[in-house]
Design a protein. Structure first.
Length: 334
């Protein structure tokens, strides 16, 4: 009997809770071995992983060993800064790129290596609100090339996520950036909810996925039910987004996307494993109780609902999945 193509399931644990021990307890109770690290509280208040000090990194690594958990990806905010130092009515930061590369990008790479993950999630920079993203492709691609080169030197991979309000706000633009950068350490991250929240209907979201499919490295699983009251104005007011739903209930075309992805999954899995990665991750980021520009919340109950929804959908389309690294469980017996 031919084996099903298979993915690894992970998720942003801060969607369930912020205290580190609560995050890891939730993941262990759900039978998961991997998670994506973004916000965490190790006793000194909630911090983005980028702000963790050496003692906190050491403590979190100890907790990982205690719970038998690994970091799938570092959910960094790299690329969520302005391309240009202009006032555009937003609160987004501007940082001169040479300093950004030397300090914040280097910090993300160091953290990825400290937590033994080779995947760093990032973004494609904010163009000035009111301008067209196409006008800024050259500058964004140039900066992303420098990031990819720096990642390549360290042996880690930069996953460029599709998201509203950025230069790579849809699959076509993200694919164009991927072609322009043309570096093996830059891959793309599909997120259907980030497309549907731009009032894209399911067939449009599927078309954007198809456009970026060739460059995919992993996926985020988030769904959104289009709210006709939120008319499209050329940008997403992320604080107004309240209609996030489980993966089989929204407008992000997950069934069609995953049916298509199934045919491309074996080759992608082989390629990633040759690069020393554990496989192809589907990373839950459900936002079921709300979400915005820098994160979201589902609660432990909502995270469980989202996981079961994704598993039902994968069963339905015929994609196999693993939550647990059985080899590690065997090691823990010894």
């Amino acid at each position: 009997m031919r084996a099903k193509p298979q993915v690894m399931l992970s998720g942003f644990a801060d969607e369930g809770a912020k205290p580190a021990r609560e995050q890891l307890t939730m993941l262990a109770a759900l039978g998961m071995s991997y998670y994506s690290l973004r916000f965490v509280d190790l006793g000194g208040g909630v911090k983005n992983a980028m702000q963790l000090n050496k003692g906190e990194v050491r403590r979190l690594r100890e907790l990982h060993a205690e719970f038998g958990l690994k970091v799938a990806s570092l959910g960094s905010p790299i690329g969520k800064v302005k391309l240009l130092d202009v006032e555009d009515g937003t609160h987004n930061r501007y940082v001169p790129f040479a300093r950004y590369l030397k300090e914040e990008v280097a910090r993300a790479i160091d953290l990825g290596m400290a937590f033994e993950t080779r995947l760093i999630r990032g973004f494609s920079f904010y163009h000035p609100r009111g301008s067209r993203p196409e006008e800024h492709l050259d500058q964004a691609a140039g900066q992303l090339t420098r990031i990819a080169e720096k990642c390549g030197e360290a042996g880690v991979f930069f996953g460029l996520e599709v998201e509203a309000n950025l230069v790579g706000q849809n699959g076509r633009l993200l694919a164009q950036l991927h072609r322009m950068v043309d570096h093996p350490h830059l891959v793309l991250v599909f997120d259907g909810g980030n497309l549907a929240s731009q009032n894209l209907k399911p067939d449009q979201t599927f078309a954007e996925y198809r456009a970026m499919r060739q460059g995919l490295g992993w996926m985020h699983i988030k769904d959104y039910r289009i709210d006709p009251r939120l008319g499209w104005k050329g940008f997403v007011d992320e604080e107004r987004l309240k209609n996030f739903v489980p993966a089989d209930q929204g407008d992000a075309a997950h069934e069609a996307v995953l049916r298509d992805f199934k045919g491309h999954l074996p080759a992608l899995e082989r390629r990633l494993k040759r690069l020393g990665l554990p496989g192809v991750f589907l990373d839950l980021e459900p936002h079921l109780k709300g979400g915005g520009q820098f994160g979201g919340y589902s609660g432990p109950d909502g995270f469980g609902v989202a996981l079961r929804s994704l598993m039902r959908l994968l069963d339905y389309v015929g994609i196999g999945y693993r939550l647990t690294d059985y080899a590690d469980i065997q090691k823990q017996k010894m």
